[in-house]
Design a protein around this ligand. Structure first.
Ligand code: FES
Ligand code: FES
Length: 194
């Protein structure tokens, strides 16, 4: 009885092998093939195309494909702010934004200065010697830049609110706040001087 069962199982396996596959017991290999698409992006004013999976987070595209490593990976779940970039001037967390959902020009920390002219925030950051380890600072500056573009005279509360999702393990918050006020004064002086 047992040997009959073994023989019939062997015959069944042979039959399946001849047929090539059983749709219920063979893995669907098509699911393993990563779908790649071409996406047109404008990053820091440069129009470019990347060939990546649609669900690849923008952060990976920036860092791994475009080698723009100023934007950092912290948590990967939109909780720390290290990966903040601008899409159409709005601060977004690039670690959770699929490249297929990018709907406007992207600006990263590398694109904030105009050639050799630093953004007022970058000058103020230097003046106040803000960074310690520096890891969070690109994200802090990008969030602050989005704030200043909408509010050129932010109060302490405005600054705290705009940057509340940007964490700094080194505790540079007091200097960040001072630097944002200084940048705002540069900003407004620039506007007055035309
Ligand atoms: S890495 Fe994106 S919010 Fe932390
Ligand atoms: S400067 Fe070190 S985490 Fe912010």
């Amino acid at each position: 009885m047992v040997s009959l069962l073994i023989v019939s199982t062997a015959v069944l396996v042979q039959e399946l092998q001849k047929k090539g596959a059983c749709e219920h017991c063979q893995p669907d290999k098509s699911a393993w093939v990563e779908v790649m698409n071409k996406y047109k992006l404008t990053v820091n004013g440069n129009a470019l195309e990347v060939d990546v999976a649609p669900d690849m987070p923008l952060l990976w595209v920036l860092r791994d494909k475009l080698k723009l490593t100023g934007t950092k990976f912290g948590c990967g779940i939109a909780q720390c702010g290290a990966c903040t970039v601008h899409i159409d001037g709005v601060a977004v967390r690039s670690c959770v934004l699929p490249v297929s959902a990018v709907s406007g020009p992207v600006t990263t920390i590398e694109g904030l200065a105009q050639g050799d002219d630093l953004h007022p925030l970058q000058s103020a950051w230097i003046e106040h010697d803000v960074p310690q380890c520096g890891y969070c600072q690109a994200g802090q500056i990008m969030s602050a830049a989005a704030l200043l573009s909408n509010n050129s005279q932010p109060s302490d509360d405005d600054i705290d609110q705009a940057l509340e999702g940007n964490y700094c393990r080194c505790g540079t918050y007091v200097r960040i706040r001072k630097a944002v006020h200084t940048a705002a004064s540069f900003y407004n002086a620039d506007k007055r001087n035309g």
